[in-house]
Design a protein around this ligand. Structure first.
Ligand code: GTP
Ligand code: MG
Length: 266
């Protein structure tokens, strides 16, 4: 029996009240065990599924609009996601410095401040900041509005830096061409297992801050192994935006993607 709430470990209390958590073999209280995969006090699992379906279906319709707009304009849109401080903006700044010969644009998502868009504009690249307030992720509508303001030219390589968060951005399709998750070497090898939705939804993982490897205990191979447990086809690019090994693997990946799209358009 659960010593915290008195339930029988299968979601039933001894007085018959239903709970939305289960107990795993490891004894963890699992609030994601219900049909909705999430717990909100006072809401049934059925209601939560209805709410999620309602929100995500509206988002999916707007994401489809973004996707066809990207296709029509030959725009490659990269949705970049990670926990706060993994190095998204720093990687983008270094990337943009290397991509002076092609049209680029950046949509920056943060709860508050224009710090990141300011950093991007210093490279000369056009950027628009989206502040989500209490929101913890970008959604397709925000990206559509940002596109209206940014008005990227035909063939733009568009980077979308999502709000620093390893959970919520994974659920929201933005209409992007590819999803990229960043994982820095200071975060721990177990992040793909702890936040599987994010890694399962990604096309590529950029391992960042690899210049720090000589100074810390971190097993890159174990991180990759864990990530491929949740997404076996994940591309992996190990980088540092501030030292060795540099960002060449990431730039090559972007080039490969561009060639793929150019060939498909011909
Ligand atoms: N050593 C090292 N530090 C880095 C590297 N990339 C970023 N940093 C540092 O990590 C910190 C966070 O970097 P940001 O690029 O702002 O991270 P972010 O993911 O954009 O952060 P949020 O937008 O707040 O989620 C800064 O102090 C950077 O200087 C790297 O390759 N190596
Ligand atoms: Mg940033």
């Amino acid at each position: 029996m659960c010593t915290v709430c008195g339930c029988d470990g299968k979601g039933q209390t001894i007085d018959g009240h239903s709970h939305h958590h289960d107990h795993g073999d490891d004894g963890a209280l699992n609030y994601g065990a219900g049909e909705a995969g999430v717990h909100v006090p006072g809401q049934s699992q059925t209601r939560l599924i209805e709410i999620e379906h309602d929100i995500l279906s509206k988002n999916d319709a707007l994401a489809a609009e973004n996707r066809s707009r990207f296709l029509q304009q030959g725009i490659i849109a990269i949705n970049m996601m990670s926990s706060p401080g993994s190095g998204k903006t720093t990687l983008l700044v270094e990337t943009l410095k290397s991509l002076k010969d092609r049209p680029v644009g950046v949509i920056e998502g943060d709860q508050q401040t224009s710090n990141d868009a300011d950093r991007i504009r210093e490279t000369g690249a056009p950027a628009i900041q989206v502040n989500t307030g209490k929101g913890c992720h970008l959604d397709a509508e925000m990206v559509g509005h940002a596109m209206d303001h940014l008005a990227p030219e035909q063939g733009t390589l568009l980077f979308i830096e999502n709000v620093g968060n390893l959970v919520c951005p994974a659920a929201f399709d933005l209409g992007e061409t590819r999803r990229v998750v960043l994982a820095s070497v200071t975060e721990g090898e177990d992040k793909p297992l702890k936040y599987p939705e994010m890694f399962a939804a990604a096309d590529a993982m950029v391992v960042t801050k690899a210049d720090l490897l000589p100074h810390i205990h971190f097993d890159v191979e174990l991180l990759i192994e864990n990530a491929r447990k949740v997404q076996p086809r994940l591309d992996v690019l190990t980088t540092s935006a501030t030292g060795a090994p540099g960002i060449t693997p990431w730039l090559s990946w972007l080039n490969g993607l561009t060639l793929q799209f150019q060939e498909a358009a011909e």
